[in-house]
Design a protein around this ligand. Structure first.
Ligand SMILES: NC(=O)c1ccc[n+]([C@@H]2O[C@H](COP(=O)([O-])OP(=O)(O)OC[C@H]3O[C@@H](n4cnc5c(N)ncnc54)[C@H](OP(=O)(O)O)[C@@H]3O)[C@@H](O)[C@H]2O)c1
Length: 324
């Protein structure tokens, strides 16, 4: 198949491109830098330059397209023009369309959507627009909703912030903070395990008009996630539980991701994807995924020196005083 990936050099898309090339597809990566891995065709452009983007996609007449970086209803409208007549279109959405209030867990794809962020609202609007295009005009779309999908490019996040200094803290034997008891449920998927879902839906008419959670079966807690990292790093440190409301008041830098997602039980059913896409069969354990990602972060010098940050020691000291 002749497939275009909008993006193609990002966190998830790098693995998707590698897999599609390995399967013998003719792959084009569309991005601003014009970068593409060996074997893929580069196509330079900015999707926000809408007339040029849409004209380029219409002229190229791809068999299929995967949009990794659609974030607004305007992106959806643009794609409906750009990919008129395409054989299959895959939209990368997010589980953030559901928000944080759940009527049942694991949430299935028919769970009510209650997004609490602009990101989630925009993705929900896009999902709805594409599905309307499928019902009204037969636009052959599949919507994939990933939860946390980590890989060498994204790095290893933590529960209480978008921050990577916790890795250095463990290495230096310093305690790290979790939110509350650290037992909020979460799902982690390695990008190499996510890629077969993108490749596996492509070209399958049964997947048209369908929405799938892109998660592996089961869940972990954030406390277990951080303990797994300790095993990988080879050093055990204390996990210090700090109540959510305190964290909110204590100006944790980049706390938004915790407030909007990581503090809450977010657990999604993977059954529909496993049923319809047999190629989706995640193999990497959390421990194995962490080893891979940590090696990449170290190679690029992306683990910050925790001695240069003071917020976590300040909060831990205050928490210990209160407990004492
Ligand atoms: N990772 C997660 O945990 C997670 C969870 C839920 C949902 N998602 C969804 O997964 C998708 C992210 O995929 P990803 O990780 O592969 O993306 P990514 O890491 O954000 O990659 C960005 C890619 O898009 C290109 N790009 C950025 N802006 C562009 C523009 N204006 N025009 C053309 N190309 C542009 C970049 O190349 P250039 O810089 O060269 O342009 C790069 O190839 C998003 O839709 C996100 O909502 C991710």
């Amino acid at each position: 198949m002749r497939i275009v990936i909008i993006g193609g050099t990002g966190n998830i898309s790098t693995s998707v491109v590698r897999l599609l090339l390995g399967q013998g597809h003719d792959v084009t990566c569309y991005n601003r830098s014009g970068a593409a891995p060996d074997g893929a065709r580069p196509m330079q452009g900015n999707r926000h330059d809408r007339p040029a983007y849409e004209a380029a996609m219409q002229a190229a007449r791809f068999d299929a397209a995967i949009d990794m970086i659609g974030f607004s209803p305007e992106d959806a409208e643009s794609n409906l023009r750009a990919f008129r007549g395409i054989g299959h279109f895959v939209h990368t959405s997010t589980v953030c369309v559901y928000g944080i209030q759940y009527d049942w867990l694991p949430a299935s794809e028919d769970h009510p959507l209650r997004p609490i962020t602009q990101y989630g609202r925009d993705k929900a609007a896009m999902d709805a627009r594409y599905l309307r295009a499928f019902y009204e005009d037969g636009f052959p779309v599949t919507v994939l909703r990933p939860s946390t999908t980590h890989g060498p490019k994204q790095g290893l996040t933590r529960q209480v912030a978008w921050d990577f200094s916790w890795i250095d803290r463990i290495r230096k034997g310093k305690p790290i903070i979790v939110c509350g008891d650290g037992n909020a449920l979460h799902q982690f998927l390695h990008v190499d395990d996510a890629a077969p879902a993108f490749a596996g839906v492509l070209g399958h008419a049964a997947c048209f008009g369908q929405v799938y959670h892109l998660v592996a079966r089961g869940y972990t807690t954030w406390a277990e996630y951080h303990r797994t990292a300790m095993r990988v790093i080879g050093r055990e440190v204390d996990l210090i539980g700090v109540p959510f409301e305190d964290l909110r008041r204590l100006n944790v830098p980049d706390f938004g991701i915790c407030e909007e997602i990581f503090a809450h039980h977010v657990y999604y059913s993977a059954e529909k994807l496993y049923r319809d896409v047999p190629a989706f069969n995640p193999q990497r354990t959390l421990e194995d995924a962490m080893r891979d990602i940590l090696a990449a972060m170290d190679a690029d010098g992306r683990v910050p020196n925790s001695d240069e940050l003071t917020w976590e020691d300040r909060i831990i000291a205050a928490q210990r005083r209160v407990r004492a």
